[in-house]
Design a protein around this ligand. Structure first.
Ligand SMILES: Nc1ncnc2c1ncn2[C@@H]1O[C@H](COP(=O)(O)OP(=O)(O)OP(=O)(O)O)[C@@H](O)[C@H]1O
Length: 271
């Protein structure tokens, strides 16, 4: 597998150290009577790799789904790259975001899910090319070249003509990673991307993600139960409990000297 240094050069908005890219401000999300996120505040600086940890049901996936605009917050605001996902400015005032605005902001965000969600009737190459052509309007030859580079990067340059069902789960997940990067997002969201894989396929996918984390400037927000991987790639770890961040810090601090009892309990159960 070769690292593609072009990926970092081609990011649309190069990293500005310390610049805030994602912000959640007093975000509340309820499902029925269940308050899953409770006035949640946190921010992620551009180019940083942040891992969300916490007990099952603490709201980690909900955060990624909010960023993908698959669901909406009940209260509060979320911004990416200085643009609200939830609101847009019209004549100087903030109004609820329209579909066009949401689509524009969402172009900056790629997501890889637990289930690979590839298009089963499209070959691997077309799976990766499709969105840049249809959503970004990228010329086909440029999209194809980009897709081939990305498939090389994830170690699947020789499987362009296969259909997803002809690949292993680990290979399908690597195609899904290439597909997310093909949109040149500023942010990559990873939601338990190895949870559905047979154990022997996990390492290959994590190696690809390590490579991306270490060789590109992309901002990553990651939910994972793979704590060694989280240690390797994270600049920051956020510990969630009951819909709030109860502790945050470097992986060294969180994994070796957690301050909060709930963090200690959680880590002793998973490490
Ligand atoms: N669409 C939904 N409808 C109703 N409840 C939901 C919905 N999505 C999530 N929830 C609830 O919100 C809470 C948080 O779920 P979420 O998936 O964000 O947790 P999580 O921290 O990612 O958990 P896990 O580690 O188990 O994946 C859970 O109680 C879940 O049942």
């Amino acid at each position: 597998m070769s690292a593609d240094t072009n990926v970092s050069k081609e990011q649309p908005n190069p990293k500005v150290d310390g610049k805030e890219l994602i912000r959640f401000d007093k975000v509340v999300k309820r499902f029925g009577g269940n308050t899953v996120l409770d006035e949640l505040d946190f921010s992620v600086a551009s180019g940083k790799h942040v891992t969300l940890i916490g007990p099952s049901g603490s709201g980690k996936t909900t955060i990624l789904r909010l960023l993908m605009t698959l669901i909406k917050p009940d209260e509060g605001t979320i911004s990416v790259g200085g643009e609200y996902l939830t609101h847009e400015k019209k004549n100087g005032t903030l109004v609820p975001a329209g579909e066009k605005h949401v689509r524009e902001v969402r172009k900056n965000i790629g997501m890889v899910f637990q289930q690979f969600n590839l298009f089963p009737n499209m070959k691997v190459l077309r799976n990766v090319m499709e969105a840049p052509v249809t959503v970004l309007g990228m010329p086909k030859d440029e999209a194809e070249q980009r897709a081939r580079e990305l498939l090389d990067m994830v170690g699947l340059g020789d499987r362009c003509d296969a259909y997803p069902t002809q690949l292993s789960g680990g290979q399908q997940q690597r195609v899904a990673i290439a597909r997310a990067l093909a949109m040149r997002p500023q942010v990559l969201l990873l939601d338990e991307v190895t949870s559905a894989l047979d154990p022997e396929l996990v390492a290959g996918v994590l190696d690809v993600l390590r490579d991306i984390a270490h060789t590109t400037d992309i901002t990553m927000l990651c939910v994972t139960h793979e704590m060694n991987f989280a240690r390797d790639i994270s600049d920051q770890v956020l510990m969630f409990d009951a819909g709030r961040v109860i502790e945050s810090g470097s992986p060294e601090k969180i994994f070796t000297e957690p301050e909060h009892d709930r963090t200690r309990e959680f880590l002793s159960a998973v490490l």
